[in-house]
Design a protein around this ligand. Structure first.
Ligand SMILES: Cc1cc2nc3c(=O)[nH]c(=O)nc-3n(C[C@H](O)[C@H](O)[C@H](O)COP(=O)(O)OP(=O)(O)OC[C@H]3O[C@@H](n4cnc5c(N)ncnc54)[C@H](O)[C@@H]3O)c2cc1C
Length: 415
């Protein structure tokens, strides 16, 4: 770029790429600390892929930190426990959540509709924080600044660039991080609506065989989120097929004999409430070697540590990242009296390094747990098959979920 073109670029102190869970929460965290940011989102409006997600206490602590926890609690019911059924259809009974792993007394878990989550976060942001239809196509370095090029030709010059742009993050590519790898498994998930109420207990209903994991969770009295994880090659599923009706038929027919009435729930799903996603993850040792921040650029959420839904922590850990990053960056930027530009750049770098230091082991732990759970879940062999049939594996899984969900990322107060 010529000097003249650089001079014509619009300037923003902090630019966030992506208005998903992590982008909106990071912007809101910074806003609560009095720091302005601009979000660049490629879609024309909020993108709510996936319909709903299960959340644990770690997610609720983060949502409380940015002040939206109670707004969402009003909409979504508290999940009281698990109803787990093993491959032999042996009911294992219900474990009340407070007994799980004996970890917490006030164990909070809800299944929240993504649209409500994103809209609630957006509604708390100052008008103009999000610039829609703004696809970032390249990043350039000029001195202490980054130049962010958009598909529409606009260039934004910034002191701090935060990549919240999901699995296929271009900010992560710019940082030299490796792409997530395929697990060979995929998920079809959807949201079923019952206008007169569904009548299911507020429990996480889970059913697992060696080739399929599926289940459903009520979000509120009228909506049920369901999911089915499977191997497309084993089930001869055409991955190119994005037709919602055949997705519903595929899941319903494969779960026809499953307990818990899952296929009936799947068949009630509206065609615009079902989607398919291949499951990918970042290998833990790649996360150990890669650095998710360099100078004034960092990545958050799926852009930093894409993971499978094996323990339902992708969204929760993205929320944790956002709180920690907002706190570290907020601290670095607001506790200085020196206003010189050079000093500000050093402070941004310090803030991002503090964030990396605080998050590294938590992220490594999560990626390792997700990797091991996935490996065991889909491994063959007599011992593992026995453990699955007796429901032992699922019982352990539930305890692992509870343990990973008990994490506390802290609030936004700056020490
Ligand atoms: C099948 C499945 C089930 C899951 N279930 C759960 C669950 O139960 N609980 C849970 O906690 N997590 C779950 N997850 C994980 C969770 O969905 C993700 O971890 C979470 O959505 C990550 O949020 P994010 O904001 O980092 O990324 P995303 O939600 O992917 O948001 C990225 C945003 O960036 C935008 N963007 C991308 N590229 C650009 C660009 N170049 N320029 C501008 N904008 C761009 C996108 O349009 C998008 O809005 C599940 C994931 C899958 C696949």
């Amino acid at each position: 770029m010529t000097m003249k073109e650089i001079d014509m670029a619009i300037c923003e102190d902090i630019v966030i790429v992506g208005a998903g869970i992590s982008g909106l929460t990071t912007a809101l965290g910074l806003h609560r600390l009095g720091v302005r940011s601009l979000i660049l989102e490629s879609s024309e409006s909020l993108k709510c892929t996936g319909y709903a997600l299960t959340t644990w206490p770690n997610a609720w602590r983060a949502l409380d930190a940015v002040g939206v926890g109670d707004l969402l609690r009003k909409k979504f019911i508290q999940i009281e426990g698990f109803k787990v059924v093993s491959s032999g259809s042996i009911p294992l009974g219900t474990e009340q959540s407070r007994l799980l792993g004996g970890l917490r007394f006030n164990f909070e878990s809800r299944c929240i509709i993504r649209k409500d989550l994103l809209e609630t976060l957006e509604s708390e942001l100052p008008h103009g924080t999000i610039r829609y239809s703004s696809k970032v196509v390249s990043i350039e370095e000029t001195g202490n600044f980054k130049l962010v090029h958009l598909a529409d030709g606009l260039v934004v010059k910034t002191k701090a660039l935060i990549g919240c742009d999901g699995m296929n993050s271009m900010v992560a590519k710019w940082l030299g991080l490796e792409n997530p790898v395929s697990t060979g498994r995929s998920a079809i998930r959807g949201l079923a609506r019952y206008l007169d109420g569904h009548g299911f207990e507020p429990k996480f209903h889970f059913y697992s065989t060696w080739c399929v994991d599926c289940g459903f969770v009520p979000c509120d009295e009228k909506s049920i989120y369901w999911f089915c994880n499977f191997s497309p090659s084993f089930h001869k599923y055409n991955e190119e097929n994005q037709d919602p009706l055949s997705m519903i038929k595929f899941v319903a027919s494969n779960l026809r004999d499953a307990p818990l009435n899952i296929s009936n729930i799947v068949e009630r799903t509206e065609l615009d409430c079902v989607c398919y996603a291949p499951l990918r993850l970042k290998l833990p040792w790649k996360a150990l070697l890669g650095n998710f921040a360099k100078k004034n650029v960092c990545v958050v959420g799926d852009a930093s540590h894409p993971m499978t839904p094996a323990i339902g922590q992708g969204g929760g850990s993205s929320l944790e990242d956002s709180i920690v990053l907002a706190r570290c960056l907020g601290k670095a930027l607001t506790t200085s009296n020196v206003k010189e530009e050079h000093d500000e750049h050093i402070r941004v770098e310090m803030g991002l390094q503090m964030y990396v230091k605080e998050r590294r082991w938590r992220i490594l732990t999560l990626l390792t747990v997700v990797y091991i759970v996935g490996f065991v879940q889909h491994a063959g062999g007599k011992v593992i098959s026995f453990a699955k049939k007796r429901g032992i594996f699922t019982k352990y899984l539930v305890q692992i979920m509870a343990k990973m969900g008990a994490f506390d990322c802290g609030d936004l107060s700056i020490p």
